[in-house]
Unconditional design. Structure first.
Length: 168
């Protein structure tokens, strides 16, 4: 028990806090992308948009983008900064974001439109994930009710007419 508690409990707490941070980041990330879209459409460079996110977004998003901005300010290419961001925050949204920026950098095109589409896709994925969670919770509740129903009926029949249940 001491080994399980000594090794398992800290790992469980660490995984819980990592998952909580990743969920918090994923929920604020589409808003950060919308800031970039609005900034790029008004003519701001990408670096300035990243600085705005680093200073005005909620914490998990702001901290990660601040590290990207700091890395870019000392001369690290944006691709490497985004790779490091993905290593720190391994959520698919960051990988999609890095891929979109890399493709836009090499092929050109409308960055605002691409990021707006990506933001919509991320929000759609989140809504689908929540819908799946709700439907699976509904199915679990139905399964619990159907599973408990025979036991409850047997108990009620035993209380109301014990002679009937003696034969069973």
């Amino acid at each position: 028990a001491a080994i399980v508690l000594g090794l398992g409990f800290p790992r469980w707490i660490l995984n819980f806090s990592v998952n909580k941070r990743q969920k918090s980041f994923s929920s604020g990330f589409p808003d950060a992308m919308d800031i970039i879209v609005r900034g790029v459409r008004t003519g701001l460079p990408l670096g300035d948009c990243l600085k705005i996110i680093a200073h005005e977004s909620p914490e998990p998003v702001a901290g990660e983008f601040l590290k990207v901005v700091e890395g870019e300010s000392v001369g690290v290419p944006i691709e490497i900064c985004l790779e490091r961001m993905y290593e720190r925050m391994p959520v698919p949204e960051v990988n999609f974001f890095a891929t979109v920026l890399n493709i836009q950098k090499t092929t050109g095109g409308n960055l605002g439109e691409s990021l707006n589409n990506l933001s919509n896709v991320i929000r759609g994925r989140k809504m689908l994930r929540e819908k799946i969670k709700a439907l699976s919770a509904e199915a679990k509740a139905s399964a619990i009710i159907i599973g408990c129903l025979p036991i409850i009926v047997m108990g009620l029949v035993t209380v109301t007419s014990p002679d009937y249940m003696d034969e069973l």
